[in-house]
Design a protein around this ligand. Structure first.
Ligand SMILES: Cc1ncc(COP(=O)(O)O)c(C=O)c1O
Length: 491
């Protein structure tokens, strides 16, 4: 394979002329693959020929029979994962090509048995909810506190977790999402203490926090704060290929063999080498230059926040419990419609992660610089002025404020015979499907939950405000798929 000859666990040598590849065995293998011209009798079927479907397949080198041989004798994946495990202080690390979606499903499958109860933050991503369905876990919901100023979720309060654990002392794990989609950061150390006092693991969906712990001005990463496992997307805040994710765990409260089995069970058997190699490269970059690059980004975002906070009526999320690199602007005080502002941003070539009527979420990463951030600030400011109107009160989005009413287990609802019913007639019945405004992909209605007036009103107003309603069988929301007969299912 390649020439990452140094021990992968040695610290990065900044002067090594081979650059990142010297410390990133998967990256090295990917780069070296181009030096050879094998004609493989293996998958992928394009065999690196670009004259059939074209350039689209050029960078597609598989792990098996590409970055390594089919028997994995060069051990490049294991060496890269061992390196990342050391950097995060984990016992186990897996690189995934299935995003944090796959990581969340892995962790759900790793902590209990079908029927076991787990405490879960209700503002979870749909991938974790479907993880619960896969694993047959019974969620006991705990709601994060809402910040009154912003109408945005904060983290789960440790006191609320303690109450939830008193109501479910048999719970096998605690699942939280931290930071939230809007960058608010919870009290993970205290949550870990509460979970551990009950002898159970704290599992953190840290999809948006691959950079945490890599600069003194950033929050520590979840494992450093006492969590037992985290999943993070390397393609979100780090410069890795789409779908790149990392699962990291300590094994005191999580069974390593079960975790490995859960990971493999839900991962592809043909992982794309470029995704894995880019994860490896992103980790090596963090180790070599993370502090400097993140320091620069933190300063850029601080300046952007200050400039945007000067726009009359515009509120920018900021403070000690907000991710310093997240840019979230609240528009209610300007009267501007976020969906119209987003359209302007797209026209200007500056699409953002998320926009609804009241919120704009822009993702700034290591790939930004002074000029890209300045363009965003100037354009956003001009668009807010163009669409300025009468200020509105701040209303929390449905994703953060919905109060779920349990009808039956998510798993039972998912597999139950369904009936399609007009939305208005669905009130009082149990949903068979998951419905979430996207982004953030946080379910407003989950399988097994009762369709309430609040849910219907929230979904209708999100749809009317131009937000995409994802995952529903009828995306127009004229109808909903309900459990046909709740009496007929066991729980
Ligand atoms: C909190 C959270 N968890 C998990 C995911 C899924 O991540 P991925 O797209 O990497 O599968 C997302 C996606 O946005 C997310 O916001």
């Amino acid at each position: 394979m390649g020439e990452a000859a140094t021990n992968p666990l040695d610290p990065v040598d900044r002067r090594d002329p081979r650059g990142l590849r010297a410390h990133a065995p998967l990256l090295d293998a990917w780069l070296s693959h181009g030096d050879r011209s094998p004609h493989p009798f293996t998958i992928p079927g394009h065999k690196q020929r670009t004259d059939l479907v074209g350039e689209i397949v050029r960078d597609d080198v598989p792990l098996y029979g590409g970055l390594d041989d089919v028997k994995l004798t060069a051990d490049v994946l294991r060496r890269a994962e061992a390196r990342a495990a050391r950097l995060w202080g984990a016992d186990v690390c897996h690189f995934s090509v299935g995003g944090s979606t796959h990581g969340n499903q892995t962790l759900a499958l790793a902590v209990g048995r079908p029927g076991d109860r787990v405490i879960v933050q209700r503002t979870l991503h749909r991938s974790m909810l479907l993880g619960l369905v896969l694993a047959g876990l019974e969620p006991v919901w705990v709601a994060p506190a809402l910040d009154d100023r912003w109408g945005m979720p904060r983290g789960v309060d440790p006191e609320a977790l303690a109450v939830a654990l008193r109501s479910a002392p048999d719970a096998k794990a605690v699942f939280v999402t931290d930071p939230s989609y809007v960058g608010t950061v919870g009290r993970l150390r205290e949550l870990a203490d509460v979970a551990h006092a009950h002898g159970i693991p704290l599992v953190v969906d840290a999809a948006w926090a691959a950079h945490f712990g890599w600069h003194p001005d950033l929050p520590g990463h979840a494992l450093a704060l006492g969590a037992d496992a985290l999943v993070t997307s390397a393609h979100k805040t780090l410069p890795a290929w789409s779908q790149a994710a990392i699962v990291l765990a300590r094994v005191e409260r999580i069974d390593a063999a079960r975790l490995d089995a859960a990971f493999e069970a839900t991962h592809t058997t043909s992982p794309a080498g470029a995704i894995l190699a880019s994860t490896d490269a992103a980790v090596a970059l963090l180790e070599r230059d993370g502090t400097a690059l993140l320091g620069r980004l933190i300063d850029l975002v601080a300046d952007a926040r200050q400039a945007l906070a000067g726009v009359e009526g515009l509120v920018v999320l900021d403070g000690p419990d907000v991710d310093p690199v997240k840019l979230v602007a609240l528009l209610a005080g300007t009267g501007a419609d976020g969906v119209a502002v987003e359209r302007g941003l797209i026209e200007a070539g500056l699409p953002v992660e998320m926009a609804d009527r009241d919120t704009i979420v822009a993702l700034a990463t290591l790939a930004d610089d002074t000029s890209s951030i300045a363009r965003l600030v100037t354009t956003l400011t001009a668009l807010v002025e163009r669409h300025r109107g009468a200020p509105r009160p701040t209303v929390p989005a449905a994703s953060w404020s919905v109060v779920p009413v349990r009808g039956c287990s998510p798993r039972d609802a998912f597999f139950a015979p369904r009936e399609r019913v007009r939305l208005a007639a669905a009130v009082g019945r149990v949903s068979a499907e998951l419905v979430a405004p996207y982004p953030p992909g946080v379910p407003v209605l989950a399988p097994g939950e009762v369709v309430t007036e609040q849910v219907v009103a929230a979904l209708e107003s999100a749809r009317a405000a131009g937000v995409r309603i994802a995952y529903a069988a009828d995306p127009g929301l004229a109808t909903l798929d309900l459990v046909a007969d709740t009496q007929a299912i066991s729980r």
